[in-house]
Design a protein around this ligand. Structure first.
Ligand SMILES: *Cc1c(COP(=O)(O)O)cnc(C)c1O
Length: 414
């Protein structure tokens, strides 16, 4: 066996202009780098975790005691959220893109019987799980949820709040109401919406559990915490039927955050090792979110997304998304089929835009933590230059006209 010691790894800075991860805030990176080496039972680390828990309840808009962070990324939080789903449980999942598709797969893995899992372990077909497919580019609406829950009366229902694959906002109110009407415990993937949209999870009583991620609306990539929140009803079901995991067991994992027997306690107890760096970064990201306020942030996303949308439309593109943290678009008809070529060229130049990850191929341009006229103009100019390289005629007067219509009018209105 030969041994190679590679040179020190240098990773360049890129403009993160995709669906995620977003540009981690400089304040967050500063706290990450400034944290001292302290173990996961150090009083200030435990205090930081307890403070995070309280701030997270404010960010999520909830009195749920079981609100905390799961170390890792969005899927880590989602795995924890789905941990109470047991083999044979009835589930209805609404799928309208890549991410809800993977959530549906996770639910089929958890609800499959041993025989069903063994028959096709990577993609089990669980008889107790109904996947309701909504075409790419469309939202899940309340009537669809109502009809499926009325028909199947499942124990669990699942939906993504914002489906980042197709850039679509789904009907959370309709989903929650239908869950409440039919006695289903709602599960929501809020990975893309938390920290971007202004909503309070306690306003949706049909939803029993929520999961999000660190690196999108919360602006905290340095692998920190995926926010999760569980109602008492979920915790009661979990306590009764259990979960086949230690690490992601919501009741056990909550202990380190100072949540024991359904109540806040003075001091967390050991569940797993926590990083002082991650705790410090997450703490700062939550402080930043609360200082900016969700209302102001949500308004800023809506405003800047509109500017980006109108500018790419002025370039002849068609936008099919309605989320406020990104646009999902088709190139002008003459350039259809050349999306990957354009994206790869942009990415090679450090301009990090993305394709859709499942068919059809579309371009996704995001504005996570890029909420300024300068940032959006930079994104638009880089995208226009890439279109020109492809041979497209770009009417920059129309593009700048669209941008100034948004931005100058806003200044005039002040
Ligand atoms: C990004 C995303 C995920 C996956 O999150 P990771 O952080 O990559 O684990 C899941 N669901 C939705 C809706 C997402 O946008």
């Amino acid at each position: 066996m030969t041994q190679t010691i590679f040179p020190q790894l240098d990773i360049p800075h890129t403009l993160a202009a995709g669906p995620g991860p977003g540009a981690t805030d400089a304040r967050v990176l500063q706290r990450f780098g400034a944290a001292g080496m302290a173990d996961h039972m150090h009083p200030d680390v435990l205090r930081g975790m307890a403070e995070c828990k309280h701030m997270l309840r404010a960010v999520m808009g909830t009195d749920n005691v079981h609100t905390f962070g799961v170390a890792g990324t969005g899927w880590s939080g989602l795995d924890c959220m789905m941990s109470a789903v047991m083999p044979g449980d009835t589930v209805v999942a609404f799928v309208n893109g890549t991410f809800s598709g993977i959530d549906g797969l996770t639910l089929r893995m958890k609800a499959a019987t041993a025989e069903e899992l063994a028959a096709n372990s990577m993609d089990p077909q669980a008889a107790s799980v109904t996947i309701v497919e909504i075409p790419h580019g469309q939202s899940v609406d309340g009537a669809t949820v109502e009809a499926a829950l009325a028909e199947h009366k499942p124990k669990w229902a699942f939906m993504a709040h914002w489906e980042t694959g197709s850039g679509r906002v789904n009907d959370l109110r309709g989903f929650s109401d239908a869950c409440a009407r039919h006695g289903a415990m709602g599960l929501i993937d809020a990975v893309s919406s938390l920290g971007v949209e202004n909503f309070a999870i306690d306003d949706y009583p049909g939803v029993a559990a929520w999961a999000s991620c660190p690196q999108k609306g919360i602006c905290c990539l340095p692998l920190t915490y995926a926010p999760v929140s569980f109602t008492d009803r979920y915790i009661d079901v979990l306590r009764a039927t259990g979960a086949r995991t230690f690490t992601h067991h919501p009741i056990l994992e909550a202990r380190h955050w100072g949540i024991v027997d359904g109540a806040d306690v003075e001091k967390g107890t050991y569940h797993r090792t926590h990083s002082a760096y991650a705790v410090a970064a997450f703490h700062e990201a939550l402080r930043l979110t609360l200082q900016e306020t969700l209302a102001a942030r949500a308004a800023a996303y809506a405003f800047h997304e509109a500017a980006l949308r109108e500018a790419v439309e002025a370039l002849g593109c068609t936008v099919t998304s309605n989320m406020t943290s990104l646009v999902v678009l088709n190139l002008p008809a003459d350039f259809a089929g050349r999306e990957m070529e354009l994206i790869q060229k942009c990415r090679a130049e450090g301009f990090g835009i993305w394709p859709t990850l499942s068919a059809p191929v579309q371009i996704r341009i995001g504005i996570l933590n890029q909420l300024s006229r300068e940032a959006v103009t930079d994104i638009v100019e880089r995208f226009a230059a890439a279109m020109r390289d492809l041979g497209a005629g770009t009417d920059m007067d129309a593009v700048y006209g669209a941008l100034s219509a948004r931005y100058d009018e806003a200044i005039a209105a002040e």
